[in-house]
Design a protein around this ligand. Structure first.
Ligand SMILES: [Zn+2]
Ligand SMILES: [Zn+2]
Length: 122
């Protein structure tokens, strides 16, 4: 996994917005608190504004606290938590449909966690 880069942008009132661009987009996975559907998001960037932070996916900005993102369910819209997948690169395990359909938070395969549970993203 490549390293994250940081960039600072000035805000009004002498504060700074800190952008953390993740070296490689990180997969987050969780479960809807209402309908129990698995939820998945690929986050490329985390923005810290000083008193709060949020993760950016292709389509939306979502709340980020201590490594946990708050994310609206794709089906019912209920806000639920998703956590970073603990991905470990393994060239021996070629990424496959099982990885894409996974609901657990751990991955050991050639995608290094990026595709883990990705089928739940839509
Ligand atoms: Zn739901
Ligand atoms: Zn995989």
């Amino acid at each position: 996994m490549t390293k994250s880069t940081f960039a600072m942008e000035p805000l009004a009132g002498g504060r700074f917005l800190r952008r953390e661009v993740l070296g490689s987009p990180r997969r987050f996975l969780g479960k809807c608190r209402r309908c129990k559907r698995p939820l998945s998001a690929l986050v490329a960037e985390i923005v810290h504004t000083g008193d709060r932070a949020y993760g950016l996916t292709d389509t939306l900005a979502i709340g980020y606290v201590n490594g946990v993102l708050e994310f609206p369910c794709n089906d019912c819209g209920a806000w639920s938590y998703v956590r970073a997948v603990a991905g470990k690169f393994s060239a021996k395990h070629v990424c496959n449909a099982k990885c894409l359909a996974s609901k657990s938070g751990q991955c050991e395969c050639s995608c290094g966690g990026r595709n883990h549970g990705a089928s739940w993203a839509a």
